[in-house]
Design a protein around this ligand. Structure first.
Ligand code: EPZ
Length: 422
């Protein structure tokens, strides 16, 4: 088991550079499956366990992959396999993003249904409904999805929920479809825009992404392409909150300010002090945050992936704050762990009621998922005394070299012997 120890109470100081976005890199990597005997070169890919899992999955389908620093080159042969291994897909839900490109390019795809996880059941019914509307024959047998389609047809598809993954899978499925596909009520996250850029670089006509409606005109083939992964807005905001919670002075570099508007707006409302200069945001110390109310929403609303970290920050605010989780079914497992550190959080259905306390105390706590782990790290950095966080493997899925980055900001952080970091 991977364990991090933090001796808290130190105001962080210095500069930290944002990694490439995990949630942009994964769909863009899956898009390489659309290439036939061609190459994709990606830059600014984060060095994460989830990226390693996607590399393993693509290699298992026959893609040649070479990595150099934050660059990855994908050499995709004329013929690839279209059955994804259960062991690999079950390791990471985002593996379901190979469904759309495999079906579009091979006419067939077999992959295990992703299981649930600690934040909810996370079905892919919207992905399958859209593919069926495009003419795919979908069968679920023994926990596997069997999808068949000689050639998908371009259709107008309405998503019942602006699902990020469904938007991405259907965009990729539409690349070789006959005619135009118009996907309505899509996700508008910046990661969708990164995928659209890559598809355009492949020679696909994609437009209006980011407006809530994506239009894609099918083509017969795609060409070599290259792209750069956008900065990870969630990682960047996690470090901004580390600066706020420790009363430090830190600068987070390589951000795209409009990607983190929601956090900056809520921090301003809570009385935090920061300044945005170009592609960096500098955090300045303030005494205490004011109470605020937040509801997580699809982009451009407040991101669900930042909900645990923001709740951790509000445990030290004045007054009573309310944070409502509207995207996932159960994303408050970490609250009980924060309460063990002296926080006062009460969960009422889909809302956390957070009564601010004067300070947190170090304790031994457990990460239940990626962002829950990030919230516990933030609390440990602000707490008095030592915090021991178990199951850091969840955190290493999405935060590149987090121990090194925090130490560079002056944090007293160490990984217990035997802990494998990325
Ligand atoms: C992506 O997951 C992200 N993962 C998640 O980040 C993020 O929390 C989520 O989008 C929302 O922003 C990646 O991009 C790899 P959804 P995804 O489809 O695509 C329900 C992190 O911490 N739903 O937008 O799985 C679903 O159950 C991770 O980095 C259906 O009901 O999210 C959930 O309640 C966690 N049926 C909601 O929609 C479907 O077919 C949002 O899911 C699809 C989704």
């Amino acid at each position: 088991m991977d364990v991090m120890r933090i001796s808290g109470g130190i105001p962080l100081r210095g500069t930290v550079r944002t990694q490439g976005a995990k949630n942009a890199a994964l769909p863009v990597m899956a898009a390489c499956l659309l290439l036939r005997g061609r190459r994709m070169a990606l830059d600014n890919v984060p060095n994460l366990q989830d990226v390693d899992t996607m590399v393993d999955l693509l290699r298992s389908l026959g893609v040649g992959i070479t990595r150099e620093g934050s660059g990855i080159v994908f050499d995709v042969p004329e013929t690839i396999a279209w059955e994804a291994s259960e062991q690999l897909v079950r390791r990471m839900r985002a593996s379901s993003l190979v469904l759309g490109p495999l079906l579009a390019r091979c006419g067939s795809a077999v992959l295990p249904l992703p299981g649930g996880c600690s934040i909810g059941s996370r079905p892919i019914d919207l992905h399958l409904k859209g593919l069926t509307q495009m003419g795919a024959k979908i069968e679920i047998k023994n926990g596997f999805v069997h999808a068949q389609a000689d050639r998908l047809r371009g259709r107008r598809i309405y998503l019942d929920f602006p699902s990020v993954g469904a938007t991405e899978n259907l965009m990729m499925a539409a690349v070789f479809a006959r005619g135009e596909t118009i996907i309505e009520n899509t996700a508008r996250e910046p990661e969708i825009g990164n995928l659209a850029e890559v598809l355009r670089d492949m020679g696909v006509q994609v437009d209006t992404e980011g407006t809530g409606c994506v239009r894609i005109r099918g083509v017969d083939d795609v060409r070599d392409c290259s792209a750069r992964v956008i900065p990870d807005r969630i990682e960047a905001c996690t470090y901004v909150l580390a600066g706020v919670m420790t009363g430090g002075e830190i600068t987070v570099e390589d951000i795209i300010p409009e990607h983190i508007d929601a956090l900056l707006a809520k921090l301003e409302e809570a009385g935090a002090s920061f300044s945005v200069k170009g592609n960096a945001v500098a955090v300045h110390p303030v005494k205490k945050l004011r109470q605020i109310s937040i509801r997580t929403l699809p982009f451009p609303g407040f991101p669900t992936d930042l909900q645990p970290q923001m709740v951790a920050a509000l445990t030290l605010s004045n007054g009573v704050s309310m944070v409502e989780e509207s995207v996932f079914q159960s994303r408050f497992l970490y609250a009980a762990e924060l309460n063990r550190m002296g926080a006062n959080i009460e969960i009422r259905k889909d809302t956390a009621v957070i009564r601010g306390v004067d300070g947190l105390d170090g304790a031994s706590v457990r990460a239940t998922d990626l962002r829950a782990g990030a919230a516990l790290i933030l609390a440990g950095l602000a707490a008095k005394g030592e915090t021991r966080i178990e199951h850091m493997e969840h955190v290493f899925r999405g935060y590149e070299s987090i121990d090194r980055k925090l130490r560079a900001l002056g944090a007293d952080v160490a990984l217990e012997a035997g802990t494998e970091t990325k």
